[in-house]
Design a protein around this ligand. Structure first.
Ligand code: IDP
Ligand code: MG
Length: 141
């Protein structure tokens, strides 16, 4: 089990002024921030990042949204990070998200759902590497 996961504070959360609130939830949940950067994805980057969803009907909507404004990408560390972060963010559709989760409190809609979280250790490593070089990740050891 790796102890790293990858997160994005999505453009809706940034536009709605929730960057600091979401960042605080990350710290309150005891994640260490290995690296964080504010960026604006190109459409090509969004298409590459979400490549597994290429055949899905919402692919165009998703990649247009993700490249529509600034987002914050983060590499996070915690024991059992992937599962812990998925629990902290809640279900994909905010209508199904538990009380107290980030998506319940900050998501705009199913598509514009405030945050991203990796779904497996393997994808977490790939996703971190998509946006960060290893030397950008701060070691806590
Ligand atoms: P996840 O982000 O909870 O892992 P995925 O199924 O991997 O959910 O979908 C990736 C992202 O695509 C979601 O977070 C959401 O932004 C968007 N998405 C998923 N399903 C739909 C949909 O039915 N319509 C529009 N956007 C969707
Ligand atoms: Mg996913």
């Amino acid at each position: 089990m790796t102890n790293r996961t990858f997160a994005i504070i999505k453009p809706d959360a940034i536009k709605n002024g929730n960057t600091g609130k979401v960042y605080d939830r990350i710290l309150q949940a005891d994640f260490k921030i290995l690296s964080a950067k504010l960026m604006k994805m190109t459409l090509k980057q969004a298409e590459g990042f979400y490549g597994v969803h290429r055949e899905r009907p919402f692919f165009g909507e998703l990649t247009t949204f993700m490249s529509s404004g600034a987002c914050m990408v983060l590499a996070l560390e915690k024991e059992n990070a992937v599962a812990e972060w998925r629990e902290t963010i809640g279900a994909t559709n905010p209508k199904d998200a538990e009380d107290g989760t980030i998506r319940k409190d900050f998501a705009t809609s199913l598509g514009e759902n405030a945050v991203h979280g990796s779904d497996s250790d393997e994808n977490a490593e790939k996703e971190i590497a998509f946006f960060f070089s290893e030397s950008e990740l701060i070691s806590n050891k």
